[in-house]
Design a protein around this ligand. Structure first.
Ligand SMILES: [Zn+2]
Length: 625
């Protein structure tokens, strides 16, 4: 889901040198028995792809086929095999049918004694618009490797080749998979199954922009952006982010990279070794804050090239496509990536420092206003991602904390602590690079990260991280404020009257369900919960008058903190009258702003944090060298 010490050109140049050596030494040896797929889209109008998989048997009497239950980067068992509709096997030479039987939810066994090659024909349904699922229709197709390709479960290391029988109207294919032969861009090869899983494919009519940065080629392939996007400008802005992140890490571990930008009126992003998927709206670029959200998403997914794709938690070193992989380090993999995503956008001069502080303030409010912060700690949030994070229910805010958002705040505070402890000579940036250098091979644990924080920040950092990861006490922002010369500004501070009521002040959210105003969520400890309102109640009246979901927010705004009202609700068909008092506004409707007269040290830390040219909250930052 969003840096700064500039290294000198020599490092970049030597990284380019390494590329060309790798290019020579990694020339794939042609394997005599690759696994091959043919994809045909004759049923695309009904969201189906016909897959023909040709699988060598190597003389085995039977083979086992596997389809992953999840895909790396999105930690939820998604049961991709549920979209396999029909499946049959035949002898690749004689076309005689072979016995195929399903042995568990994502494995099949094919009897193939005396057969050289098994051909498996299956029909796959794909109509879930998301960055880790499939979408198939006449206009375009988006294919996720794990959701599309079954393979022989003992042949993951073998090359996999994909031939695409495209719909005649489709002109382009965008994927990091290399063409098998230079002139046939519809046939692609993966060195092994892992690369296939890690290489989403977009088919259709695309707007393609490319730019060489740091010796590597970068493509922005956009779908559905139509005339609403200026993709040349987007490519220019993406290039600024690429350049600053390459310099941050001091190494560019790829030769070619694809930003797959799908304007499909959906959201989210997913990282891969040599590409990422971004889902957005065709209107995104027309609105500054939405566009900054998109740039932050670009920055986030691209940061994953290093953090999480190549530098991984130890438990995630080798992917297990059949089972959950438990880890306590997602606050690093996702949280610190979230800290840096916004930071690179401001350092690349793509938003103002004022806009940056607003984004950070929003994250602080998200955590500090959620009762779940006192219930779940960061390590548990990471460990339980498989059963909690991707399955939010009406109680989610009361029972858990996001390792993305709280992880990013721990990064923000750690960065300030290190700058304070080292007289601004070191920062979290140095920790990230050490982590990369030392643990890129073999992975890392939270203990490794803790050791590096102490090594870089010195004794003041000893024991600092433990409580943030394993306890639920509130984060203390006072040293953050002192570090950069910041203060809180109450949004209502200019008003002489009590603040207008908001749903957040009451601690309840309602939505329109079939014309009814239904209470979705009630925050533990909030005024609505104290009055006895529950999730699932229907709100019918407010202060003696009929109310609809559309009217409620505006009507609420007519009341002030301290007012007493009665809500009329229906619970399982029974009418109830619930008296409640509108509480004062929470302190955390406050925003972070700069103090009027930061001292010299604070100004120095502020500049090295956000960029060399940043001297005022509304001032634009000069682009870093
Ligand atoms: Zn992420």
């Amino acid at each position: 889901m969003h840096t700064k010490k500039i290294l000198i050109g020599i490092v970049i140049l030597s990284a380019i040198g390494i590329h060309s050596q790798l290019a020579i030494s990694q020339q794939p040896m042609p394997h005599p028995h690759p696994i091959q797929y043919r994809l045909s889209f004759r049923q695309a109008a009904t969201h189906r792809v016909d897959v023909e998989a040709s699988i060598p048997t190597d003389g085995a009497k039977s083979i086992r086929l596997m389809m992953p239950v999840w895909t790396p980067g999105s930690y939820l068992i998604r049961e991709y095999a549920r979209h396999v509709e029909t499946i049959a096997a035949r002898d690749g030479t004689s076309n005689q049918p072979l016995n195929i039987i399903k042995v568990d939810k994502n494995h099949w066994k094919v009897d193939c004694e005396g057969v050289q090659e098994v051909v498996v024909d299956y029909v796959l349904y794909g109509r879930e618009m998301g960055v880790r699922t499939n979408w198939i229709e006449n206009e375009f197709a988006f294919l996720t490797g794990a959701a599309t390709f079954l393979t022989r479960d003992d042949a993951l290391d073998r090359p996999h080749i994909v031939r695409i029988d495209a719909i005649p109207e489709w002109t382009d294919v965008a994927t990091s998979l290399k063409p098998l032969e230079t002139r046939d861009h519809w046939t692609r090869r993966a060195a092994d199954y892992h690369e296939l899983v890690d290489s989403p494919i977009v088919l259709g009519n695309l707007d393609l922009q490319s730019e060489t940065i740091g010796g590597a080629t970068h493509h922005l392939a956009s779908l559905g952006t139509d005339s609403m996007w200026d993709t040349a400008r987007a490519m220019k802005d993406v290039a600024k982010i690429v350049e600053i992140e390459q310099k941050f890490w001091g190494e560019t571990p790829y030769q070619e990279y694809w930003f797959l930008n799908l304007a499909t009126e959906s959201g989210g992003g997913l990282e891969h070794d040599n590409s990422c998927v971004l889902m957005t709206s065709r209107w995104t670029q027309r609105q500054k804050s939405k566009y900054v959200d998109w740039l932050s998403l670009v920055s986030h997914e691209f940061f994953h090239v290093w953090n999480v794709r190549r530098l991984r938690p130890r438990a995630l070193q080798n992917y297990d496509y059949n089972n959950e992989q438990y880890m306590r380090e997602l606050w690093v993999a996702e949280g610190l990536t979230s800290y840096y995503d916004n930071l690179f956008v401001v350092r690349a001069d793509l938003c103002t420092t004022g806009e940056y502080l607003e984004r950070v303030s929003k994250d602080i409010q998200t955590v500090e206003n959620s009762p779940g912060r006192s219930v779940q700690n960061l390590e548990d949030s990471s460990f339980d991602t498989w059963i909690k994070f991707y399955r939010p229910d009406e109680n989610a805010n009361n029972s858990r904390v996001s390792y993305y958002v709280k992880g990013s705040l721990v990064g923000l505070l750690a960065d300030a602590e290190i700058r304070l402890a080292t007289d601004n000579c070191k920062s979290l940036d140095d920790c990230m690079r050490l982590l990369w250098q030392r643990h890129r091979t073999g992975g890392y644990t939270n203990a490794d990260v803790e050791a590096i924080l102490v090594e870089v920040g010195g004794e003041p950092l000893r024991g600092w991280l433990g409580s943030k990861l394993r306890e639920t006490t509130d984060l203390d922002y006072s040293r953050l404020l002192a570090c950069y010369g910041l203060k809180w500004k109450d949004r209502n501070s200019d008003s002489t009257t009590a603040p207008s009521a908001t749903p957040a002040m009451l601690g309840m959210e309602i939505s329109n369900q079939g014309g009814k105003a239904m209470v979705d969520k009630v925050a533990v400890g909030g005024a609505a919960a104290a009055a006895g309102i529950q999730s699932g109640d229907e709100l019918i009246g407010w202060d003696g008058y009929r109310i609809t979901q559309e009217q409620w927010s505006d009507r609420l705004g007519l009341y002030r903190a301290g007012d007493r009202v009665a809500a009329t609700i229906a619970r399982r068909g029974k009418l109830l009258e619930v008296p409640l008092e509108i509480p004062p506004s929470k302190p955390l409707s406050w925003n972070l702003v700069r103090t009027d007269s930061p001292d010299e040290k604070q100004q120095e830390r502020w500049r090295s944090w956000l960029g060399q040219g940043s001297s005022g909250p509304e001032e634009k930052i000069e682009k870093g060298e």
